[in-house]
Structures are given as structure tokens and as C-alpha cells.
Design a protein around this ligand. Structure first.
Ligand code: ADP
Ligand code: MG
Length: 446
């Protein structure tokens, strides 16, 4: 621990860099014979690569200072990656002046501090932070993709903020690909060389270019062409490029092959839909930032019913707050149901189906639905499978045979057995009875 904090102090690492890269490390042991220190890296392959590139030397130096030994360092991965990275950096609004924020086209709210890290985005988050710490050096371009409202723009702005906070004189520019296109069309229409020159100067004289929703320039030939040259110029000069899109490069059909291959030069990171825990964490973060104090049941109700999109999740919370303020009513689940009735349809909310149960159980235990319904006999699958059977029996009135069929079992005695096992375990194991309690709430929060 002392070694890691020494690295932090000597290299003036920001809290978030320290928390992300160094704090999770565990110094396992020092092997005297091989003169080697083993350090456990829970952050996965990419984390390991990055940390060993960037921090091997600083850690060596710190060990030498503290323990007086000069040894080699070996970073190793744990067998199983952790499910969720907990983020506990202190939060602070952007430290940048309004001037800089405006010039770079940034939203002051979109920083790493306000970004909740969960299983759905931890790779993209780590990649973004790595790029923010070493712009133009390691992953260039960084290509982030994922569906609407999942946090791509937020992450891009976070990178920009971070770079500017470290070095306010960096020329950072965030643009949507739409405004890039519009500016270009404007310059072309003008037919004036000076205007075109200005456009090119603007885009080629920057250190960090963030271009959001690249899918909009695809299919527009002249824009693709111009962007291709911009890309080459910047990349050749080791300037950082960060791109977002709704799809990975290989799935963008109309993307020119030469651009596609360039997008694949660097690192591609995806963001997927948040799981229940992450949705809860995001709502709690927002609640905390906005200074609300909302009953847990209400937060659970929203997190349970709005699944696909973080923008909608936030929208629901905002709408509920507005509703409560306007009508001057206390916030509870009943008010939430009323306020959010256009967003959350009552049918979806009330009807407990076996499919919903299976999906919820699979999500809770981080196993796939296929495994849950399949033949695997390992204990990490068998318990969730039995719980799913048990809940189907308890929460729906579908017959035993149908539950067996749904779970891929020929014989309904398997279901009877499974239910019996769970009834027993609920008596003997607190963790099982707690898990079932939580899953039931997720299925039916009312
Ligand atoms: P995208 O660009 O992928 O469509 P945005 O970055 O605009 O999505 O995110 C939509 C909204 O959700 C924003 O208000 C953003 O702050 C919020 N959001 C997304 N992901 C997170 C997260 N992991 N933590 C906190 N807020 C998030
Ligand atoms: Mg966006």
C-alpha cells in the first residue's frame, strides 16, 4: 500500500487515476530467489497491459525507496474477473474555467466523477481513462460504440475534461459528426478557398479530436473523404482521436474500407445495457447529485421497469421530481406509477411471466439464460436454475410440466426436486433466502 501511495505522490497522479489503476492492485509476494515482486491485477487484460507499460518503472522505484530492494515486477491476472468495479473517487464538478469548456464544446456535467462504472461499461471506462492519461500515446483512435443513451457522449466529454484539467493549454475539440458535416458542407458551398482552408486549419490544428456519432457521416461521400484526410493528418502527428458510433466498425456497411481499417488501428470498446445493480447505482448517484432523498422502493421501481437506456432512466427520475413538485405531493411508489404511466406500461409492470423470472434470475446471478435452461450441472448454474423453478412455481400458476419444458427438462420431477431443495436451503442458508427476496423484488417491485 505504501508503495502505491508513494507512486501516486511522486508522479502527482490524480485521485481517479490512482483509484482506477493502482488502488485495486495487490502486492502478492516478493520472491527472493527470482528477485521478483508479484502484483495481482484485477482489471483484466487491457488493464494489465496498460499498467505494466505505464507503472512498472514507477513501482520499481517506489519499492526500491521503501524496501531498499531492486527487483523485477510481474503483473498477474486473477482467475476470475470481478463483476462490478466500485468507484469511490470523491466527486467534484469540473475544475475547468467556463471559457475552456465552451471553446472545447463540453458539457460541464459529463466528467469521470459523475460517471458510474458497472459491468456494462467498465472496459470502455478503463479504455477512456487510459486515453485521457496518455493522449496520442497508446490507443489511437479510441472507438467507443453502443446503443442510444448508454453513456458514449458522457465518456467522451469525461476524457476531454480530464485532459484539459491536466493540461489546460491542450487543444481539445468535441464535435458531433453532424456539425462536422454541416461545417464542411458550408465550406464547400461557399466555393471559396479561404473558407475551406479555414475549415481544414481548424480540424488539423488540434491535439485531441472527439467526434461523436460517426454513423452520421457514413454514406456521405465527400464528408467521409474529408474526414479521412483529417484523420490521417491528426493520426500521423500523433494527435489523439476519439470516435463514437452506434455500431462497431465492422458492422457499418457503408463505411469505406480504408476508413474502417483505420478505425480498427486503435482500441475498440463497447458499452452495453446496464444491469439492475448499475441502474440502481446510476439512480442513486443522480439522486445524490441533485440533493434528493428518495425512498428506496421508488428507486427500485424505476430501476426495475426501465432497462434499456440510461437517458430514459434519468428522464423518469426527473419527471417524477417535476410531478411531485408541481402537484406538491410526496414521492412514493404510487406517485411514481402515476407520473410514469406513459413510460412504464402497467401491463409490463404487473404481469409476472416465467420468461421474466428466468431473465431476472439469469441477470441476478450473471449467468446466461441458455445455461439456465441447459444441461450444465455446475453449482454456479444449478442453484440459479433451481431458484428459477421455485419462483416459477411460487409466482405464477403455470403447471409443473410447463415449467419443466421451459427449463429444458423432460421430466417434471426435476422441478419438484428443485423446488424442494430451495425450500430447504431457504431455511438453512441466509444468503439463499436473501437472494430470493431480492430477486422477487426485482421481478415485482410493488
Ligand atoms: P449516448 O451518447 O450513448 O447516447 P449519453 O452519454 O448521452 O449516451 O448518456 C445519456 C445520459 O445518461 C446522460 O445524461 C449521461 O450523463 C447519463 N449516463 C450514461 N451513462 C452513465 C453512467 N455510467 N453514469 C452516470 N450517468 C450516465
Ligand atoms: Mg451521444
Amino acid at each position: 500500500e505504501e508503495v502505491l501511495t508513494t507512486v501516486k505522490i511522486e508522479h502527482e497522479l490524480s485521485q481517479i487515476s490512482f483509484d482506477t489503476w493502482l488502488k485495486p492492485l495487490t502486492i502478492l509476494k516478493y520472491d527472493k530467489e527470482g528477485n521478483k515482486t508479484y502484483i495481482l491485477v484485477p482489471q483484466g487484460d487491457m488493464g494489465l497491459n496498460y499498467i505494466s507499460k505505464k507503472y512498472t518503472l514507477p513501482i520499481k522505484v517506489a519499492i526500491a525507496e521503501i524496501a531498499g530492494i531492486e527487483c523485477d515486477i510481474e503483473f498477474i491476472l486473477p482467475e476470475q474477473a470481478k463483476n462490478i468495479v466500485v468507484e469511490d473517487a470523491p466527486k467534484s464538478p469540473s475544475a475547468l474555467s467556463n471559457d475552456i469548456i465552451e471553446k472545447s464544446n463540453l458539457n460541464p456535467k459529463y466528467t469521470f466523477d459523475t460517471f458510474v462504472v458497472g459491468g456494462n461499461n467498465k472496459f470502455a471506462h478503463a479504455a477512456s481513462l487510459a486515453v485521457a492519461e496518455s493522449p496520442g500515446e497508446i490507443y489511437n483512435p479510441l472507438f467507443i460504440y453502443g446503443g442510444v443513451g448508454l453513456g458514449k457522449t458522457h465518456l467522451m466529454h469525461s476524457i476531454a475534461h480530464f485532459i484539459l484539467e491536466e493540461n489546460p493549454s491542450t487543444k481539445v475539440l468535441y464535435v458531433t459528426s453532424e456539425s462536422f458535416t454541416n461545417e464542411l458542407i458550408e465550406a464547400i458551398r461557399n466555393g471559396n478557398n479561404a473558407v475551406m482552408k479555414k475549415f481544414r486549419e481548424k480540424y488539423r490544428n488540434i491535439d485531441v479530436l472527439l467526434i461523436d456519432d460517426i454513423q452520421f457521416i457514413i454514406g456521405k461521400e465527400s464528408t467521409q473523404e474529408e474526414f479521412f484526410h483529417t484523420f490521417n493528418d491528426l493520426h500521423g502527428a500523433k494527435k489523439q482521436i476519439i470516435i463514437s458510433s452506434d455500431k462497431p466498425p465492422k458492422e457499418i456497411q457503408t463505411l469505406e474500407a480504408r476508413l474502417r481499417s483505420r478505425f480498427e488501428w486503435g482500441l475498440i470498446a463497447d458499452i452495453s445495457s446496464p444491469d439492475y445493480e448499475t441502474r440502481m447505482a446510476i439512480l442513486r448517484k443522480k439522486e445524490e447529485m441533485d440533493g434528493y432523498n428518495i425512498d428506496d422502493k421508488v428507486i427500485q421501481y424505476i430501476a426495475t421497469n426501465i432497462k434499456s437506456n440510461i437517458r430514459e432512466l434519468e428522464g423518469a427520475l426527473n419527471k417524477l421530481m417535476a410531478f411531485s413538485n408541481l402537484e406538491n405531493r410526496e414521492i412514493n411508489v404510487a406517485l411514481a406509477e402515476e407520473a410514469l404511466k406513459d413510460i412504464i406500461s402497467p401491463d409490463e409492470k404487473r404481469e409476472v411471466t416465467p420468461d421474466l423470472i428466468i431473465t431476472t434470475v439469469a441477470e441476478h446471478f450473471h449467468v446466461s439464460e441458455t445455461d439456465l435452461k441447459g444441461p450444465k450441472r455446475s453449482s454456479d448454474i444449478v442453484l440459479p436454475r433451481q431458484i428459477a423453478m421455485y419462483l416459477c412455481r411460487e409466482m405464477t400458476d403455470i403447471p409443473l410440466e410447463a415449467v419443466a419444458a421451459l427449463m429444458g427438462k423432460k421430466d417434471h420431477s426435476t422441478v419438484i426436486n428443485g423446488c424442494k431443495k430451495i425450500t430447504e436451503k431457504m431455511q438453512s442458508s441466509e444468503s439463499v433466502s436473501n437472494a430470493i427476496e431480492i430477486i422477487k423484488k426485482k421481478i415485482n417491485p410493488g
